[in-house]
Design a protein around this ligand. Structure first.
Ligand SMILES: [Zn+2]
Length: 352
């Protein structure tokens, strides 16, 4: 159904059709870093707007939201989806709390969907996890991902996910090869396996489960641990008043990228914890500048370059440095992993 929808959209929208042609003709190359970690590069000038989006609070507040229905291009079709009874189903009409499947007119892959909330609502991953996992099951030929504010979201104020075909991202495509080398079991909870990663260039946890409810709870747990560990919890609106007139700290949203895919009843999720939206080379000038703005796609091993002149500047050393810069520092990653593990060893002990 999504394939038909995709083809129909392209037949009605020459700009999108041209951009998909350009993706197939894009210049590309790849590096193998550490062991079994393939990182691919692709040059897509049409992604300039996304890579260089001003996501500061003032810029976001000043612009009309491009994911709201009133701003969608006239050519844009949407397939209405709703999350109901633990699954995603199609709906003839858009529903306030539902989602729109949209063909991304500025793609990074052969097929590239945005799945945006119908209403303009904030990106609350914690609350939307059940729907995201259900979407992953609804479109099992795709890798689904979420970019939080500060981790690559170009519309951080309007909840949205993205989906690209399986096989597009090295993270999913080469899973078997890197999993055996880099994954270490952190703990097992119920039927969900939780792994931390070693020599992985990025700070990430891998979760595999046949129980979406369990997976949700565990992801919510680690999101909370990341939030608690964030150093500047006072940024932005730091307090709010609850119904009892007590001042409560606002729950900040952790800067993460979540990628998820589903095969034969098994969900695989990789959560990347971030420390920075963009690396130092993004802000350099002249020859030193490389416009790379890492989000899920880049954390998933596919680097999108938007300027042809950057193509030859990117070498394995720079990639390693960029990943280290934008990822949660090793010590913080290891502290969160240990706290999370202890939480489960303690609860297992109590059960016994
Ligand atoms: Zn909006």
């Amino acid at each position: 159904m999504t394939e038909e929808f995709f083809e129909r959209q392209l037949s009605l929208w020459p700009l999108a059709a041209d951009n998909y042609k350009a993706v197939r003709a894009a210049r590309s190359k790849s590096f193998c870093l550490n062991q079994s970690l393939n990182i691919e590069l692709k040059c897509l000038p049409q992604r300039m707007r996304s890579a260089t989006a001003d996501t500061s609070r003032s810029a976001i507040a000043a612009r009309p939201c491009f994911l709201c229905a009133t701003q969608l291009p006239t050519e844009q079709l949407s397939l209405n989806l709703i999350y109901d009874n633990k699954q995603i189903i199609t709906s003839t009409e858009a529903q306030e709390m539902g989602y729109r499947l949209l063909v991304n007119p500025y793609p990074a892959f052969d097929k590239h969907f945005t799945i945006a909330a119908v209403s303009h609502r904030e990106q609350n991953l914690r609350e939307e996890l059940p729907a995201m996992l259900a979407l992953t099951e609804f479109m099992p030929s795709y890798v689904h991902f979420f970019n939080a504010a500060g981790a690559g979201a170009s519309a951080p104020d309007h909840l949205h996910f993205q989906a690209v075909p399986k096989g597009s991202l090295p993270l999913e495509r080469d899973f078997a090869a890197w999993h055996v080398v880099h994954s270490r079991v952190l703990f097992v909870s119920g039927q969900t396996e939780v792994y931390c990663q070693e020599d992985f260039l990025r700070s990430a946890w891998l979760l595999r489960s046949r129980k979406p409810e369990e997976l949700c709870l565990l992801l919510q747990e680690v999101l909370d641990l990341i939030t608690t560990s964030m150093p500047n919890r006072q940024t932005g609106t730091s307090t709010e008043t609850n119904n009892n007139s007590q001042t409560m700290p606002v729950r900040q949203k952790p800067a993460v990228n979540l990628l998820s895919w589903y095969t034969d009843g098994l969900w695989t999720c990789v959560l990347f914890a971030r420390s920075k939206h963009r690396p130092a080379c993004y802000y350099e000038t002249g020859e030193q500048q490389v416009l790379i703005s890492p989000a899920s796609v880049e954390m998933g091993g596919q680097i999108i370059l938007v300027r042809p002149e950057d193509f030859d500047k990117v070498k394995p050393g720079l990639l390693t440095q960029i990943y280290a810069e934008v990822s949660l520092p090793k010590q913080a990653y290891s502290d969160i992993s240990e706290t999370w593990k202890a939480l489960h060893h303690r609860s297992n002990h109590q059960v016994i």
